[in-house]
Design a protein around this ligand. Structure first.
Ligand SMILES: O=C(CO)[C@@H](O)[C@H](O)COP(=O)(O)O
Ligand SMILES: [Fe+2]
Length: 228
C-alpha cells in the first residue's frame, strides 16, 4: 500500500483558489468537495470551478460528490477534468452503472460511505471500484472532529479488499490530522484527505510532507493484518 495525501481545497482561501491549489505541491491529489445543499446542508462549487482548477494545477483532482442524483452529474465532472470521481452509496440510484460510466470516461471511480453506512452490503460491488472512501466525519463541513467509531469499518473494508485480492485504494476523509492519521493508517487506509490540517498550517506543502511521513512510518495494516 503506497501512502497518498489528498489536501481538501474546502479549507483553502476561495478568493485565491488557483494559488491555493498550487500551494500543496507534492500532494498526490487535490480533493475537491462538491456539495449541493440537498445531500448535505452546505453548498460549495460545481463543474465550472473544477474545470478552472484543472487548468490551475498539474495535481490530479479527486472530486468528492456530496450531491443527490450523482448518476446524472458525475460524468460532467470527468469532462471538467477530474482524475477521480467519488459518489456516495447513499445517493446513487445505480452504483455499478455509474462506476462503469466514470471509468469509461477515463477517470478513477470511487464510492463513499457515510459513518453510519455499513460496507458489507457493497462487498460484491468492490471490483467495480478503484477506491472506497470511508467518511470519518458526517459529510458537509471541514474542520470537524474525527470519529473513532469509523475505525472498525476501515479495518473491515481493508479485510474485504484483501479477501478479494483487489488493488483498490481505501481513502479516509474528515478530521484527518497529525493526531489521527496513524490510527487511520493502522486500520488500513492508504489515501488520506486532509483539509484544515493542511490549509490551516503556515506551510501547506510542509504539512503534506509531514502527514505523508507519519503515515509511511506507521506499520502498514498493523491494526488489521493480524485480525484485530
Ligand atoms: O468531505 C469533507 C467534508 O464533508 C472533507 O473533505 C473535509 O473538507 C475535510 O476537511 P477536514 O476535516 O480535514 O478539515
Ligand atoms: Fe471530502
Amino acid at each position: 500500500m503506497a501512502v497518498q495525501i489528498s489536501p481538501s481545497i474546502l479549507s483553502a482561501d476561495f478568493s485565491r483558489l488557483a494559488e491555493e491549489a498550487r500551494a500543496v505541491e507534492g500532494a498526490d491529489w487535490l480533493h475537491v468537495d462538491v456539495m449541493d445543499n440537498h445531500f448535505v446542508p452546505n453548498l460549495t462549487l460545481g463543474a465550472p470551478v473544477v474545470e478552472a482548477l484543472s487548468r490551475a494545477t498539474d495535481t490530479p483532482l479527486d472530486c468528492h460528490l456530496m450531491i443527490e442524483d450523482p448518476d446524472r452529474w458525475a460524468a460532467g465532472f470527468v469532462e471538467a477534468g477530474a482524475g477521480s470521481v467519488t459518489f456516495h452509496a447513499e445517493a446513487a440510484a445505480a452504483p455499478v452503472r455509474l462506476a462503469r460510466e466514470i471509468r469509461a470516461k477515463g477517470a478513477r471511480a470511487a464510492m463513499a460511505l457515510k459513518p453510519a453506512t455499513p460496507v458489507e452490503p457493497y462487498e460484491d460491488l468492490l471490483p467495480e471500484l478503484d477506491m472506497l472512501l470511508v467518511m470519518t466525519v458526517e459529510p458537509g463541513f471541514g474542520g470537524q472532529a474525527f470519529l473513532d467509531i469509523t475505525l472498525p469499518k476501515i479495518r473491515r473494508t481493508r479485510e474485504l479488499i484483501a479477501k478479494h485480492g483487489l488493488e483498490m485504494w481505501l481513502q479516509v476523509d474528515g478530521g484527518v490530522s497529525a493526531d489521527t492519521i496513524e490510527r487511520c493508517a493502522e486500520a488500513g487506509a492508504d489515501v488520506f484527505v486532509a483539509g484544515s490540517a493542511v490549509y490551516g498550517a503556515d506551510d501547506p506543502a510542509a504539512a503534506v510532507r509531514a502527514l505523508r511521513r507519519q503515515a509511511e512510518e506507521t506499520p502498514a495494516g498493523a491494526g488489521w493484518a493480524c485480525g484485530h
